[in-house]
Every structure is written in C-alpha cells, then in structure tokens.
Design a binder for this molecule. Structure first.
Ligand SMILES: O=C(O)CCC(=O)C(=O)O
Ligand SMILES: [Fe+2]
Length: 214
C-alpha cells in the first residue's frame, strides 16, 4: 500500500515537473516581447514573479541578489505606486560604470518607460512613479548598488519622483496644499485606491534541470 502510494506521488511529481519549465503561453508572449524590444537579457526570461499589493501594502527595501542576471523588468498593472531606490548602505561610492541602469529602450503606448536621467549620479536616493501599464527596467549599478522598495502606505509622496512630469500628464497624481508653514508650495501624492499587480521578469542564470531524482 505504502509502495503504491509513493509510486503515485513520484508519478505526480514527474507530471508537475514536466509542466514547470515553460511559462504559460499568455506570459511567454509578454516576456518575449520584453526580451526582443529591450535587447537587455542574455537569454529568454525564465522567471516571472507575480505580486498583488493591496493599497496599503508594499515591499521592504531589498536587492534582488545574485541568483538573477542583473536586469529586471517590472510590468505594473492596476494602481500606480511609488518605488523608492536607496543606495545600498554598504556601498559608500557607487557611481555606476555601466550608465545609470534605468533603461529607456522600449517605447510603446502600453509600456511607458521611465528614464531617471542624471539624478542617479553620486548615488542619490530617487523614486519613480510606476504607472498602470508601464514597464520599468533597471540594471547594472541600480541593480547592484541600490535597494528598491515600496512603502506600505495608501498615500505616497512623489514630489521628487524622476518621472513626476509624466505622472502629472497621465493624471495619476494629486496636489495637496501644505499646511500653514509653506503656503506657496504643495505636496504631490498618489492615492492607491485599487489593488496593484506586478509582473517581475528576470533571468535565473543557473537552472538545475534534474532537481528531482526518481
Ligand atoms: O512588485 C514590484 O513592483 C517589485 C517586486 C520586487 O521588487 C521583487 O519581486 O523583487
Ligand atoms: Fe525586487
């Protein structure tokens, strides 16, 4: 009885494993397009993480780490959100040798790409408004020398976002008048009224094909 059960489990695992290597066709269409248009990945995108964020949920500042090739493409759907980039605390001097690391190669109505411009010089913190149906690609020094994160907050300040003008033109930001102290300036914010879904596309460089031994 036990032997039959373990055979069944093995058969099921084999079945599951056969289905793992390929991304579903609807997702492959997206990843292939990102790959072809950006020309930034060394091979097909083989890892996509789908995250869902409620309006008050974010992700703590982190680095994506060495398991991935150092290029990330994040497709954003649903609510806009502000992503903050902060220089890694362990790195005092991180002026990139590979350009600024935020790429602006894809231009497509469905893939609004943000260009961080010169604000990355000398490792200043910076933030980007990730707009609905936009694609953010970051790489090189931004991948290795910065942490990226999203605050757990329904209302996010974005006065200094590198793409604030685009965000204003797209109508995703609101202006709040500041209290008494500075009547002449205002606070620019986004309200995350809805859920946000992101597709984070990467290349895992070392894939172990025969992880299950039967
Ligand atoms: O959801 C996002 O926009 C970011 C996700 C992310 O940074 C990650 O999965 O490593
Ligand atoms: Fe990340």
């Amino acid at each position: 009885m036990e032997i039959r059960q373990s055979q069944r489990i093995r058969r099921n695992l084999k079945q599951i494993w056969r289905t793992i290597p390929n991304l579903p066709p609807w997702l492959t269409r997206i990843t292939e397009r990102i790959n072809e248009k950006s020309e930034l990945f060394p091979s097909s995108i083989n890892h996509v993480l789908i995250n869902e964020y409620l309006p008050n949920q974010g992700i703590m500042p982190h680095q994506d780490g060495p398991a991935y090739y150092p290029v990330v493409a994040i497709l954003s759907l649903g609510s806009p959100v502000v992503m903050d980039f902060t220089p890694h605390p362990n790195l005092r001097s991180c002026v990139g040798t590979h350009g600024n690391g935020v790429d602006a190669k894809i231009s497509d109505p469905e893939a609004a790409v943000m260009n961080s411009g010169e604000q990355l010089d000398n490792c200043h913190p910076f933030s980007i408004v990730l707009m609905p149906r936009s694609l953010l690609i970051f790489k090189d020094s931004v991948y290795s020398d910065y942490l990226h994160g999203i605050k757990d907050s329904e209302m996010q300040r974005c006065n200094e976002a590198v793409n604030i003008t685009n965000a204003e033109n797209d109508g995703v930001v609101q202006h709040l008048s500041r209290s008494v102290k500075a009547l002449d300036s205002d606070e620019t914010v986004i309200y995350r009224a809805n859920t946000r879904v992101s597709l984070t596309c990467r290349v895992v460089t070392k894939v172990c094909k025969n992880i299950f031994k039967f």
